[in-house]
Design a protein around this ligand. Structure first.
Ligand SMILES: Cc1cc2nc3c(=O)[nH]c(=O)nc-3n(C[C@H](O)[C@H](O)[C@H](O)COP(=O)(O)OP(=O)(O)OC[C@H]3O[C@@H](n4cnc5c(N)ncnc54)[C@H](O)[C@@H]3O)c2cc1C
Length: 476
């Protein structure tokens, strides 16, 4: 029997799990997919929003500003890539400029520090590739970028190092009430018992709440598609560029990622399922809109496209509360943007306010907030590289040529918490397969390494769970 079980291995569930392990509690996270960070936390803009967007008084505003403040601390402790690059909301007409003043006032009400309206001359100094039709911008120096799946994986890994359990391929399908809590039953018949449950199931949070008997959580989906440019475009823009929201819509973002790529998007299309394919129309819309923000976008460097589903609630705000109908069920649902930014602050609130009503929170004396630093081989000096190769020759074999990832690093990711068990799991932890060739060269080698290290047959290794096996049998 666990004290607390978290349903959903996205960034919200991950941050809650990590915060729970600060206390003397028996905790576990269950995730329906083969790996963590497979929902919205896999595919988003990675922006650490400053906090001028949300309406004052909403949970979004409160947790955004607090999350923005906590993010650098969490990123440092967990060794996650984060950059305080600042953001700009760009105006292209007088009406836009008026909106910027409203946004600035809203941000100041929310407690965002340092907001400033800057002239077009200063804007072009900061970002020379912005379209020459720009007339000014709102500058938010506290805006940042973070690796969303890096944060999710590291928070769960740190929680596991501190004693938390993780069950992947566990899709909560039904729930039984017990004398002192709940039994969660998965689609494949596994069970887990919990005194208290956190529902952080993202797009499925409504369905999960219903399985407990709470039908009040209503979640809709809005797909956002992206185009990613290769790291050869690094420096094209250095800050996060937003269009001024107007009657014509929100426009798209042009921004750098923490790894030096350039990201264009997202679109916003209502959806009724979790289909994350990209479309011709969506990609064309991104290109058209991005060209209204920046001149000469190096589109020839496009290496891939992807999409994620925003899970929004019918309350148009986050739902973070104990169910009014089911005691012991805490719904953390409708966490659309700025959910990534807010996740550390949401976690603090859920654990220190909501969970604290059920348990006396005694400090876990063995808790460490730090995650062991993954020293990326290519970041080392020649002397350190040679020492490492002498100790373990696997570090002398480059598997992913584009991103220069060694066999030693892949083996480490397979055996680290949370273990990478799929080809995409390795990719999200190390960037192996994220470069120009998108895994064309390294995927077969990574498949072989996974099979060897996990003691499985090659035909059992999946790209990304859900029966996405890469090899089906012999041809000769
Ligand atoms: C296009 C887009 C752009 C965004 N941009 C930003 C941004 O720039 N900045 C920002 O702050 N936020 C952004 N967001 C929002 C942010 O990504 C989300 O708020 C955040 O990822 C939500 O995390 P989550 O853990 O609630 O959900 P998810 O990451 O979706 O995780 C939910 C998890 O629950 C699992 N699950 C579902 N059902 C079950 C079940 N029955 N049993 C077990 N497990 C289950 C899923 O597999 C999934 O892993 C964006 C979102 C999108 C889609």
């Amino acid at each position: 029997m666990f004290d607390v079980v978290v349903i959903g291995g996205g960034v919200v569930g991950a941050c809650i799990l990590r915060t729970l392990t600060r206390y003397d509690l028996k905790v576990c996270l269950v995730e329906k997919q083969a790996d963590v960070s497979m929902g919205a936390s896999r595919a988003n803009s990675g922006v650490v929003h400053a906090g001028y967007d949300a309406m004052p008084g909403t949970l979004k505003a409160k947790f955004n500003v607090e999350g923005n403040r906590l993010m650098p601390v969490w990123a440092k402790e967990l060794n996650v890539k984060y950059k305080n690059n600042g953001s700009l909301v760009v105006a292209f007409c007088d009406e836009d400029l008026e909106t910027l003043h409203d946004l600035k006032a809203r941000g100041e009400k929310n407690g965002v520090p340092g907001l400033e309206i800057i002239s077009k001359e200063r804007l072009f100094e900061l970002e020379p590739n912005i379209c020459k039709t720009a007339v000014g911008a709102l500058y938010a120096p506290t805006g940042g970028i973070v690796c969303p799946y890096g944060l999710t994986v590291a928070a769960i890994g740190n929680a596991m190092d501190n004693g938390a359990g993780l069950l992947t391929n566990f899709e909560v399908a039904s729930v039984d009430r017990t004398a002192d809590g709940f039994t969660l039953i998965s689609t494949n018949g596994q069970t887990v018992q919990a005194r208290l449950v956190i529902n952080a199931a993202g797009y499925n949070a409504g369905r999960v709440a219903s399985a407990f008997g709470d039908d009040t959580v209503k979640i809709g989906g809005r797909k956002g598609e992206y185009i990613l440019l290769d790291r050869e475009s690094e420096g094209f823009v250095t800050r996060t560029l937003f269009c001024t929201p107007s009657k014509k819509g929100k426009g798209v973002l042009v921004l750098p990622t923490v790894d030096g790529n350039i990201l264009l998007g997202p679109t916003a299309t209502e959806v009724s399922d979790e289909d994350t394919t990209t479309t011709k129309d969506g990609l064309e819309e991104i290109i058209t809109k991005a060209k209204t923000v920046c001149d000469n976008i190096p589109l020839y460097n496009a290496i891939t496209s992807f999409s994620g589903i925003r899970a929004y609630s019918d309350r148009h705000d986050f739902i973070i509360e104990e169910s009014a109908f089911i005691k012991g069920l805490i719904n953390v649902a409708g966490i659309e943007s700025p959910g990534l930014t807010s996740a550390p602050a949401i976690a603090e609130y859920v654990v220190n306010q909501l969970i604290a009503r059920h348990f006396e929170l005694k400090e876990n004396k063995n808790y460490s907030p730090y995650r062991e630093k993954d020293s990326f081989f290519m970041g080392l000096c020649d002397e350190d590289k040679n020492t490492l190769i002498k100790k373990n020759p696997q570090f002398g074999r480059i598997v992913c040529r584009c991103e220069q990832i060694t066999e030693g690093e892949i083996v480490r990711a397979i055996h680290q918490n949370p273990p990478a068990t799929t080809v995409d799991g390795v990719k999200r932890r190390l960037r192996a397969g994220m470069g120009r060739c998108q895994g064309g060269f390294c995927q077969p080698y990574i498949t072989q390494i996974l099979a060897r290290e996990l003691n499985k047959d090659l035909t059992e290794i999946e790209k990304s769970g859900l029966k996405s096996n890469l090899i089906v049998g012999d041809t000769k």
